[in-house]
Design a protein around this ligand. Structure first.
Ligand code: ADP
Ligand code: UDP
Length: 234
């Protein structure tokens, strides 16, 4: 697979073209940002860890019938993926209260939710990724009703699969963010699934094993990501 022109550089990854117009390479960087890039830093080898963790999770989801963009890992930092047109939504699922859910609704961190919450944010850095609902999605033509229904169905399935996956690794899936894209007329799961995009708490100790260690300067970020990688690949 030949690496072609750089198509896009984001906060955590770079996309490169390949000699196949249907495929692109995701290159995972060590850069870390939080609070809409107000906080910036680097985490040693984060790109390598997130590439490997994401690859494992995509393979696991594929094995459970979820269509993803994952093709294969090309190197420590590179993942070959199907090139999609990203649906400009951050699809968030929450099983316990954390982060902005606590801030917005006055909940204590760790509160058990009576029902999982699904949220859409409009993927737009200039607007600070505002929280939106189905009507906004339709009004702004971000996705069709059929696409919204498909995304919701897949997202709840993915939540069930991932909750069990992490539970088996003694980790609790508190919340996470997904991105979907259009590929040959179908909606498939894209982007990454890693400790950058999930909140993972160790069962028993409650230790945070995710990007909250960076957001809130809790220390030992690399160690936490390495531990997640070790469990995911064991
Ligand atoms: P951001 O743009 O939020 O800073 P990243 O640094 O993670 O994010 O950049 C990766 C970009 O690539 C994101 O904009 C994401 O939506 C997009 N992307 C993820 N998977 C694919 C794919 N399979 N095809 C095309 N674009 C993708
Ligand atoms: N998330 C993400 N990217 C974003 C926003 C959120 O991956 O741009 C993930 C985040 O890591 C967490 C979940 O989505 O697992 C819910 O995030 P929340 O809204 O609580 O984020 P915060 O306000 O704390 O940044």
């Amino acid at each position: 697979m030949e690496k072609g022109a750089r198509l896009y550089e984001g906060k955590a990854k770079i996309l490169y073209a390949t000699n196949d117009p249907d495929l692109v390479i995701q290159y995972f960087k060590d850069d870390a940002t939080a609070f809409n890039a107000a906080k910036k830093g680097t985490v040693q080898e984060k790109g390598i860890m997130n590439n490997k963790i994401s690859s494992k999770i995509f393979q696991f989801l594929e094995g459970h019938g979820i269509a993803t963009h994952f093709v294969k890992m090309l190197s420590d930092r590179e993942m070959l993926v199907r090139k999609v047109a990203i649906v400009p939504l951050e699809v968030i699922v929450r099983n316990k209260a954390a982060g902005s859910l606590c801030r917005n609704y006055g909940l204590q961190e760790g509160t058990v939710l009576a029902h999982p919450v699904m949220e859409f944010s409009y993927k737009c850095d200039a607007l600070n990724d505002p929280l939106i609902n189905d009507y906004h999605v339709l009004a702004l033509s971000l996705a069709t009703q059929e696409e919204i229904d498909t995304i919701k169905k897949y997202t709840f399935q993915i939540n069930e699969i991932m909750k069990q996956f992490f539970k088996n690794l003694n980790l609790e899936l508190i919340d996470f963010k997904l991105e979907f894209g259009r590929y040959k007329g179908k909606i498939i799961l894209a982007d990454e699934i890693s400790p950058d995009t999930c909140r993972l708490w160790e069962i028993g100790t409650g230790k945070k094993m995710d990007k909250d260690r960076f957001r809130h300067d809790l220390g030992n970020i690399e160690e936490a990501y390495q531990e997640v990688l070790k469990r995911v690949t064991k």
